[in-house]
Design a protein around this ligand. Structure first.
Ligand code: SF4
Ligand code: SF4
Length: 212
């Protein structure tokens, strides 16, 4: 009776299609419509500034040391006394990340003592040459007003306004695991974002579930 099964095959296929008619669509018209990312989404990095515009990076190389993919290159230099770049003795003179090697683990973010390197919800990072995949300090350092630079800023795909969808900035520290620390701001204010809302914690009270 294989011929009967073959005959019914297309109708079974149509039945699958018809069962979906009227159901809510799960696909989106990307890039016109963008999905709000989870709070701890690991997107492209930025080098942050303090509210007064000074750079947070002190060139300590801890991020480079902890990176499991060996994709960060940092060189520190002494701050010029009459025109310091960062509040510390030294600042990040050279800073590069090879995005082709990066595995977006955020260990650099966790290791940084000054919350200089954090990640964002920006993820559109296609390039046409290997050289363009190496982000230098020019591309990583936010502007004095806190706006992130993006190598493909002219591309119609890139829209830094996405950072305002929900809350497109990942904090330097992870959200609190213990209820008594929920609602406590645990990061240094950034240029443009001095009042980032507190991230939700992980307790049952915060998530509305059972934290075990
Ligand atoms: S996210 Fe992970 S792999 Fe990428 S630069 Fe940071 S430490 Fe390295
Ligand atoms: S980003 Fe942070 S960890 Fe890396 S060199 Fe700068 S201050 Fe040190």
């Amino acid at each position: 009776m294989t011929w009967i099964s073959d005959l019914l095959g297309p109708f079974k296929g149509f039945a699958v299609t018809m069962r979906q008619v009227g159901k809510p669509r799960v696909t989106r018209k990307y890039p016109q419509e963008k999905r709000v990312k989870p709070p701890r989404f690991h997107g492209r990095h930025v080098l942050n500034r303090y509210e007064d515009g000074m750079e947070k990076c002190i060139g300590c190389e801890l991020c480079a040391g902890v990176c499991p993919a060996n994709c960060i290159y940092v060189r520190g230099a002494d701050n010029p006394p009459d025109n310091p770049v960062s509040p510390g003795e030294r600042y990040g003179f050279v800073y590069e990340i090879n995005m082709l090697r990066c595995i977006y683990c955020a260990m650099c973010v966790e290791a940084c003592p000054t919350e200089a390197i954090t990640m964002t919800h920006l993820f559109e990072m296609s390039v046409t040459s290997k050289e363009d995949a190496i982000y230098t300090k020019d591309e990583l350092l936010v502007d004095p007003d806190g706006t992130p630079n993006h190598p493909q800023a002219e591309s119609p795909l890139i829209d830094v306004k996405e950072l305002r969808l929900g809350d497109g900035w990942m904090r330097a520290t992870s959200s609190a695991g213990r209820a008594e620390y929920e609602g406590v701001v645990a990061w240094t204010p950034q240029a443009r974002n001095p009042d980032l809302p507190v991230e939700a914690g992980q307790s049952a009270e915060s998530t509305g579930g059972d934290d075990g």
